[in-house]
Design a binder for this molecule. Sequence first.
Ligand SMILES: Cc1ncc(COP(=O)(O)O)c(C=O)c1O
Length: 350
Amino acid sequence: MIKKYHSKEGSSLLKYLSFSTNKTKNINGSFFTYSREAISQIMIHTNITETDKILMPSYQCNTVIDYILPFTKNIEFYEINEDLTLSSNEIINKINHHTKIIFFVHYFGIITNIKPSLIEILREKNIKIIYDLAHSFLSLYQRNFTLDTYSDYIISSIYKNIPLGVGAIGIGDFQQKNSIDVKEFFIINLKKILTNFRCLIGKRAFTYYHLHAKSSLQENTIIYKNSTLSYYAYQFLLAHINIKKLIEDKTTVTHQYFTLFENNKEFSNLIGKDILENNVLQAYPIKCVNIKSREKIFHYLKSHCIDIYSWPSYHPINSFDTLKDTILLLPLDFYSFQKSKEFLIKSNHE
Ligand SMILES: Cc1ncc(COP(=O)(O)O)c(C=O)c1O
């Protein structure tokens, strides 16, 4: 039977599914509908209770916070710098004997540089390390699902990087499930399957129609044996998307954006070229000089149907982050790039 888990408050949000895979090369992967389900599962496996403290960056998604609150309200935030780096010292100073879990977020496809010495300290203190790569599936894929520094869990939302409706992966000691309740599987996954199927046949808006050529998961270091329908469903879907081409296109547009914003004073590049070279971005982050400038570019691009967005949404327990007021994310496709270029030319003439 698939197990259902509920929070102490009995929130039905916490019902989740994951599907077992065999351990190979010490990597244990599970599929989820969304990364938030993997977060709930980690909270359950690590027996988080209300006295336990969770450390996480202040530049953080409201969904993550919402999925932790049913377990503990003891969340402490650490600062993220303007270039998306973090301070090891600040984190070390915030650790106490209640600290059980730390989240590191790898923003917008960029793998955050985390000092091995910090990881060592965290491990000595038996703090579980979660790498949140919800935005960074393609950078993870490019690294064969193995990062340089240790983590207990990696979570990543496949659908945020690949033209699919839903889908996420968790790496780490997630619970193995060896049988499924077929009826429940179909009811819960029908929406997932339909949404993704609509993507594949081009009925859902996404820009990568030409990516339906061959690709596969075969080069992955994760090998899923004896796994369930879920794996085969994802394999089928991913096999119909040319991930290499997707990466190629995103990389090309990333470089075009970099050049476009290189000498602009009002809208500047958030990330240096060397970091961009080594990562596959989810969207292109720019820093606007103030909120007014951000509104200007936002409205221009929105009026051209471009899915430009700011991040993250406000959460009442995390109201002190300043990055969210100036960063804007531009979609990595050629049309969005052209329209951004048009906007800059137009605003130069004004
Ligand atoms: C950093 C981060 N982690 C986790 C999540 C949750 O991802 P998902 O939508 O796959 O549950 C999000 C977005 O909602 C996010 O921005």
